[in-house]
Ligand binder design. Structure first.
Ligand code: NAP
Length: 233
C-alpha cells in the first residue's frame, strides 16, 4: 500500500526538497503550506517533475484548528499517517544574545520551532500508530547542540535544544516498534534561511530527513543524525 507523508513548511527550502525526494520514492506527499495557493503551485511543479502524488494542504503549524482539521481529513481519506516531518521553522533573532534578545521573538521562535511540532505529534500520533510503521522526523540543527552555549542567535538555538529534548523524551513515551521518532540536522543549506553562502544544497540537506522518514522497522528510535550518522546532542 502506498505510504502517506505530511511535511510541514513544504512550499520552499528544505521542506520542498523533502517533498520532492519522498515523491520520488513513491510516497503520497501532503505538502503543508500556510499559504495554500503557494503550496498548490509547488505541488503542481513537483507532480510534473516526479510523476508522483503530491498534494498541497493548508497548515499553519501554530494553529491548533489547522492541525485538527487536517487530522480529520487525513483520517477520513487514509485512516492512517505513515510519516510526519516537522520541518517548518523560523530564525528571527540572528546574532542576538540572551541578555538582549527580544522576548516576543523568543516566544514566537518557541511557538513555531518547539510547541508546534509537539502539538502536531500529539495530534497525529494515533494516525501514526495506526500505520504500524509510523515515522516522525524533527528537523533540528547543529545550532541545537549543547556545545554552542557561548554562541549568539540564542532563541533559535534554545528552540532547537528543546526540539532535541522533546525528541528524546517522546522516544521514551512512544512505542518505537509502532512509531519511530528521530531528530536530524541538515547542515548549513542554501535556502532563504541559510542564505546563498551556505555550503550545502537542499538535496544534501534533505537526504537524512528522507532516510529517517523511510527507515526500516529495525531502524533507530530517539536519535540525532547528520548525514545519516549519529551526532552528539
Ligand atoms: P526557509 O527556507 O526559511 O523555509 C522555512 C519554511 O518553514 C517555509 O516553508 C515557511 O513557510 C515554513 N514556516 C515557517 N513558519 C511556519 C508556520 N507558522 N506554519 C507553517 N509553515 C511555516 O527554511 P529552511 O532553510 O528550508 O529550513 C527548514 C528547516 O531546517 C527549519 O526547521 C530550519 O530550522 C532547519 N535548518 C535549516 C538550516 C539551513 O542552513 N537552511 C540549517 C539547520 C536547520 P512560509 O513560506 O509560509 O514562510
Amino acid at each position: 500500500m502506498q505510504k502517506t507523508a505530511l511535511v510541514t513548511g513544504g512550499n520552499r527550502g528544505i521542506g520542498r526538497e523533502i517533498c520532492r525526494q519522498l515523491a520520488q520514492q513513491d510516497l503520497t506527499v501532503l505538502l503543508g503550506s500556510r499559504d495554500l495557493a503557494a503550496g498548490e503551485d509547488v505541488a503542481a511543479a513537483l507532480r510534473e517533475e516526479t510523476g508522483g502524488d503530491v498534494r498541497a494542504v493548508q497548515l499553519d503549524v501554530s494553529s491548533a484548528a489547522d492541525s485538527e482539521r487536517l487530522r480529520d481529513e487525513i483520517a477520513a481519506e487514509f485512516g492512517r499517517l505513515d510519516v510526519l516531518v516537522n520541518n517548518a521553522g523560523i530564525l528571527i533573532d540572528r546574532g542576538a544574545r540572551l541578555r538582549d534578545v527580544d522576548v516576543d521573538d523568543f516566544a514566537q521562535t518557541m511557538a513555531v520551532n518547539v510547541f508546534a511540532p509537539l502539538r502536531l505529534i500529539q495530534t497525529f500520533l494515533p494516525l501514526l500508530e495506526a500505520s504500524g510503521h509510523g515515522r516522525i522526523v524533527n528537523v533540528s540543527s547543529k545550532m541545537g547542540q549543547l556545545d554552542g552555549l557561548d554562541q549568539p542567535t540564542t532563541a533559535y538555538r534554545f528552540s532547537k535544544v528543546n526540539l532535541n529534548y522533546l525528541t528524546r523524551v517522546l522516544a521514551t513515551q512512544i512505542d518505537g516498534s509502532l512509531v519511530k521518532i528521530n531528530a536530524m540536522s541538515p547542515g548549513w543549506v542554501r535556502t532563504d534561511m541559510g542564505g546563498s553562502g551556505a555550503d550545502r544544497s537542499v538535496a544534501e540537506g534533505a537526504d537524512t530527513a528522507v532516510w529517517l522518514a523511510t527507515l526500516p522497522d529495525d531502524g533507530p528510535h530517539g536519535g540525532f543524525f547528520h548525514d545519516r550518522q549519529p551526532i552528539p546532542w
